[in-house]
Design a protein around this ligand. Structure first.
Ligand code: M6R
Length: 357
């Protein structure tokens, strides 16, 4: 039930701080350490490479999961679009481990891959929001997202839950391998929950930004570098899916290789900068598009902000910044769809779970 909310999507965006707390609670033992299924832990230790398989928003979560697994746990990781993988399987390592990321646990493109890799005898983990779903039953292990039912077609709280569980998985694997980490992941996730809450309390601001940048536009670009690039892809998907604005996310450095030709007077560009080592670079990309007339909305993190930035999220661990920066993008997409009279929860041509290949 959506209660007093006009749409499920808005309710589900608002639930994200609560979902963070739920995940922390469920993945924590009595001594405040990570509690994880032994089978999952052993599978992570035994593999020589992880293959993440997913679609849509879950694929975007996988892109960030790769960075976490490689940077935190030193596990080589590849991320693949499910529908591409099944019919163009790459060369596999000797001891691959497959991670299927799926809110619904029913996506047919993922199931096709699972069937193939099971024939080859490879182990798998399904990360899903629906215990008992097909992908969960058929994989070797399951990791629960604990986001609660997600009804709106546009995925929001499942995405941030995926990122939180991927963080926990990466940190647990690092600890099992004896890698020293300089941070407590569960504490950091609690800080993320607070930062999300602060954004949920600023909805008026995002409604205004959506009105200013997106009310009448034909198209919109999202730019970032590194992790922020992956969030840019998700921001673009959210916007196009529910507001039907043609949106594209790309890596800031790629602008000069083609896309900048599309920038005109007034073109909205949403820029993300939460990673210190590329802050200067993305800001020079912003100057390049502004010089061609773009209308730039800058989203950054405390400590990296500059005068004139539009949204400054609280200071969270840089690896976890995507969990927070995606909220303004979700809210902007929501309000853009609302202002443009679109059916927010049930966008045209789309189904909540895609059970055909
Ligand atoms: O249930 P799944 O996570 O497997 O679904 C994958 C995609 O169909 C899904 O994320 C889709 O892209 C969403 N509508 C995006 O908001």
């Amino acid at each position: 039930e959506k209660g007093t909310y006009p749409h499920f999507m808005l309710k589900e965006i608002d639930e994200q701080p609560f979902v963070m707390r739920k995940i922390i609670q469920e993945y924590q033992n009595e001594s405040d350490q990570i509690k994880l299924d032994e089978g999952v832990r052993n599978a992570m230790k035994a593999c020589d490479r992880v293959y993440i398989i997913a679609a849509g928003t879950s694929y975007h979560a996988g892109l960030i999961g790769k960075e976490m697994l490689e940077k935190v746990a030193e596990v080589p990781t590849e991320v693949h679009i499910a529908s591409e993988f099944s019919y163009n399987m790459p060369l596999l390592s000797e001891k691959p481990l497959f991670i299927f990321i799926s809110q619904s646990g029913e996506t047919a493109d993922l199931r096709a891959v699972l069937v193939e890799i099971k024939k080859l005898g490879h182990p798998s983990i399904t990360m899903t929001n629906v215990p008992g779903s097909t992908l969960s039953r058929e994989a070797t292990h399951t990791l629960h997202l604990l986001a609660g039912p997600e009804i709106a077609v546009a995925s929001t709280k499942a995405y941030t839950a995926q990122l939180a569980v991927l963080t926990i998985l990466a940190v647990d694997t690092a600890q099992a391998k004896g890698i020293e980490l300089g941070f407590d992941p569960l504490k950091e996730l609690a800080i993320v929950g607070n930062a999300m809450e602060a954004l949920c309390d600023q909805k008026d601001q995002f409604e205004k930004i959506a009105y200013q940048f997106l009310y009448t536009t034909r198209n919109c670009f999202f730019i970032g570098r590194g992790m922020d690039y992956h969030v840019a892809l998700e921001g673009a998907l959210k916007l196009k899916e529910i507001s039907y604005i043609q949106a594209e996310g790309f890596a800031g450095g790629e602008l000069k290789h083609g896309t900048i030709a599309l920038i005109e007077e007034g073109t909205p560009v949403i820029a993300l900068s939460t990673q210190e080592h590329v802050n200067n670079l993305i800001r020079s990309n912003v100057q390049e598009v502004e010089a061609r007339g773009a209308n730039v909305c800058m989203i950054t993190r405390e400590g990296l902000e500059r005068p004139g930035d539009d949204v400054v999220i609280q200071d969270v661990h840089p690896l976890l910044a995507p969990l927070v920066t995606v909220l303004p993008l979700q809210l902007m997409a929501y309000y853009a769809a609302l202002h443009r009279n679109c059916d927010v929860d049930k966008p045209r041509n789309l189904a909540k779970s895609v059970t055909v290949e």
